[in-house]
Design a protein around this ligand. Sequence first.
Ligand code: SF4
Ligand code: SF4
Length: 366
Amino acid sequence: MRYRINRKTGDRISEIGIGSSYMFNAGMEEAVKALRRAVEGGVNYFDLAAGDGTSFPIYGEALSDLRKDLFYQIHFGADYSNVSYGWSLDLDTVKRSVERQLKELRTEYIDYGFIHCLDEHNDWDSYLKNGIFDHLMDLKEQGVVRHIGLSSHTPGLVQRIMDEVDIDMLMFSVNPVYDYGRGTTKASRGTVDERTAVYQRCESEGVGISVMKPFCGGQLLDASLSPFGRELNIYQCLRYVLDKPGVVTVLPGAQSVREVEALLAYYDQPDEVSDYSLLGSFACDDALGKCVYCNHCSPCPMGLDIALINKYYDLALAGDEMARQHYLGLERKASDCVGCGHCDSRCPFKVAQSGRMQKIKEYMGE
Ligand code: SF4
Ligand code: SF4
């Protein structure tokens, strides 16, 4: 397992976490084994927007003795009063739901208390008006909640809420369908540029992103369901997500020991298995010509880390001074580019990289 630091909180978080949409399907015995296997493999981050309320006693049984070494994100707005998942903006319902979750999880605190799944501006207005955000902050004051999170699919609303309140983690849906789908991206999920601006803002402000829907609800894993008409494997999807600025952890669902082990095997895959360059052949036109930091163009004969240089440049352009400093600290910079064009011919996303290196050199000064 590899770990990333959420700069906002200093938490050291596993790149691969576990989402809880499906775990309850496994039943208590298998689910307990699967969760224990995940922790044994280094997973320390769990999302608890569960698909069903029977998930919480499973976590309590599986992980309560390990609790102090783990991070839980718990959602203020997820309701399980009818056992299956529901969404609520009613303060009393939210309070009852969180109290029940804490009891069944056998924990007294929440690492990341989440403003849950808001996609419309008027939902945020109601969240504030109904006192749910104040309740979350009261619990933070009391030490029950350590940090504040926000989950949303909507870039415009994410920007607004980040302007208005201080958050420590964003849970955001990231996958190639939402980023690059031709005609499949709902307006509420934003354009390529709006989504990129969210990633860049989080990276710049040190707010970690925990990723939901990395496989687009499984659609991407099945050619007959994929909007691209082609399937990706889970390792291509995980690598795609982990290459995005701001991302600290990805939270795929799992419902068996076997599925957990398949996720943990991410680090054992050869480069060609997780390489997602085929996306370049079906990404929407808006996405082409923009570096996605995939490193498919490497190696550069001059030893430049092309993906990293581009990531720092894009962040610096968006106003991230720290990214500029990171760039200036690199051993090999855009000024070392000799314009050989190897990267241009290798880039599946049609980035004219040799020309871009000249622009980077001019902008960064070296
Ligand atoms: S230039 Fe192209 S191949 Fe190279 S990192 Fe960027 S998107 Fe990937
Ligand atoms: S054009 Fe520049 S960055 Fe690209 S491979 Fe050649 S030397 Fe490296």
